[in-house]
Design a protein around this ligand. Structure first.
Ligand code: ZN
Ligand code: FE
Ligand code: FE
Ligand code: FE
Length: 164
């Protein structure tokens, strides 16, 4: 087998985040449905909309590197999303449910943020700045989503505490 290159690493990681984004697209409506408060439901639904656009940007990045848009199973995101489902099952009806959902969602955002940071760095080294711009647009949305979740988390923990 040939020694793999930075191009291969970029392509493999692109497939990883493409798989992850499409799993997240399916998970966000479930998290919105499970959320107790309207502002958290809206945050999840809004990010689901953004995620649709993110998938499209990734398809454009595949085009830039002349590869077919194809995902590669990412066990990490599967595990992170499974934890979210556990929270939904185990904390149904609990005043701490939304705090748990926010924690689960931020684990997702942090996974995405580290993947995009790597891809953007490598796109720069590979001189594909148009790919870098598309990936940076996705990263900016993840960072913003994470910041909103932090803010909501600070509110929801008060609700959870008051009910305890
Ligand atoms: Zn919205
Ligand atoms: Fe995303
Ligand atoms: Fe992965
Ligand atoms: Fe995200």
């Amino acid at each position: 087998m040939a020694i793999k290159t930075l191009e291969d690493l970029f392509h493999d990681t692109l497939k990883d985040i493409y798989f992850a984004e499409r799993q997240i697209l399916k998970a966000l409506p479930k998290m919105a449905k499970a959320a107790a408060s309207d502002d958290l439901k809206e945050a999840f639904l809004h990010h689901r909309e953004e995620t649709e656009g993110q998938v499209e940007r990734l398809q454009q990045v595949f085009e830039i590197i002349s590869k077919r848009a194809q995902g590669k199973t990412c066990e990490s995101i599967k595990g992170i999303l499974e934890e979210g489902e556990e929270i939904i099952d185990e904390f149904e009806g609990s005043p701490a449910l939304d705090s748990g959902l926010i924690g689960a969602a931020q684990a997702v955002e942090h996974y995405e943020i580290c993947r995009y940071n790597g891809l953007i760095l490598w796109a720069g080294a590979l001189d594909i700045s148009n790919a870098g711009s598309l990936l940076s647009a996705n990263l900016a949305e993840e960072v913003k989503a994470d910041a909103l979740l932090t803010k909501l988390g600070q509110q929801k923990v008060r609700t959870a505490k008051a009910a305890a």
